[in-house]
Design a protein around this ligand. Sequence first.
Ligand SMILES: Cc1cc2nc3c(=O)[nH]c(=O)nc-3n(C[C@H](O)[C@H](O)[C@H](O)COP(=O)(O)OP(=O)(O)OC[C@H]3O[C@@H](n4cnc5c(N)ncnc54)[C@H](O)[C@@H]3O)c2cc1C
Length: 402
Amino acid sequence: MLGTTLMPRRGRGQAPAVARGATFDVAVVGAGVFGSWTAYHLQRGGRRVALIDAYGPANARGSSGGQSRVIRMGYGDQEIYTRWSMRSLELWKALLGQAARPTQFQAAGVLWLAREQDSLATKTLETLGRLGVRHERLERHQLAARWPQIDLGPIAWGIHEPDSGFLMAFHVVQTVAQMAVAEGAVYLQEGVRPPSGRGELATLTTHSGRTVSARTFVLACGPWLPKLLPDLLGERIFPTRQEVFYFGVPAGDERFQSPAMPVWVDFAEEIYGIPDFAGRGFKVAPDRHGPPIDPDSLERVPSAETMALVHEFVGRRFPALKNAPIVASEVCQYENTSNGDFLIDRHPELSNVWLVGGGSGHGFKHGPAVGEYVAARIADGKPVEAKFSLATKAKVQKRAVF
Ligand SMILES: Cc1cc2nc3c(=O)[nH]c(=O)nc-3n(C[C@H](O)[C@H](O)[C@H](O)COP(=O)(O)OP(=O)(O)OC[C@H]3O[C@@H](n4cnc5c(N)ncnc54)[C@H](O)[C@@H]3O)c2cc1C
């Protein structure tokens, strides 16, 4: 029986398979959502996998370490992300079912709040229709009738995705990592030093001096990728400070919980939220990129400026929460690529090393599909999609994926 939160730890001096110098088929560095799913798929596919993390799966410094993450199907005309969300939702549900933790996904529905002229929402509507995603277009009066607790202001219409919702973020990643270990992967809690040389990489060395041998390496280090590979990624991945707030709802008020309240996104105001769940509070998070940060040393205390911004927004859009207190907060980081497309590619100088990251504020939901894609490319050796390649990762940010 797996524990609910703790990984079976194989810390310093306790990792026999690694200490004996065994060679793994694949060593995956980083047990965030991308690395954990990659390790899981590889191990299930018959590979012998080591999963390594400096601080632990979905730790509080990692981008996957928050309480909850949205899974929506809508992505404007970026059809590949809609397809990957659809596939990922299937895989999330299957794995959580297998792990007997189905409630770590909540099908609360996702509501897009759109303005009159809203090209992102219009394109989303087209894509959802074309790909057969269950959804409905709702006019303003229908929104007002169904969700009277929302003051619509300039919102003219909306899209409701009833089968989408949210994932209990750090819990689900820990579940995936545990399932990878249950399949036979070896977990090692160690920081890994940057790889060096050219050609084929034989080993990685950890900060404690241990070596890990593998035929293939996957570096899924999220916002640490620029620190691990400064020459290659120092100017291509932009980790930015992001703040998340939880508002305490009035006692007994169910209007801000599912099923009365769905996940909602308001791209025009660059803000979104998740209903109150398990008494943790009504989540509200600005999606605008904050200043650059270092994920190791960032003090994770929210700023007065962002607190004021969310208070103002909540009071305006959800009037019943005007005086609601902030009961919890998180300071996290996005690990943005120039335009928001993921980075999934081989290292240009180390032929058996993969770079996997650039979740760019929307990667979490796609963990299952990313892991499946990486495992498939390692197996079949085919080139990656151009949009995921290192070559398409520019040094200047121009966000295009929302
Ligand atoms: C506030 C916030 C809200 C978000 N909301 C959503 C959302 O609603 N929906 C959505 O789909 N996405 C969302 N995202 C984006 C998503 O959470 C991230 O894109 C995703 O979690 C990135 O996962 P990752 O595995 O690449 O990185 P991480 O989770 O950061 O994992 C990287 C891991 O690598 C380890 N590591 C780093 N360096 C080393 C080393 N040298 N040696 C060993 N281990 C190392 C770290 O300890 C870490 O555990 C959000 C992100 C944030 C910050």
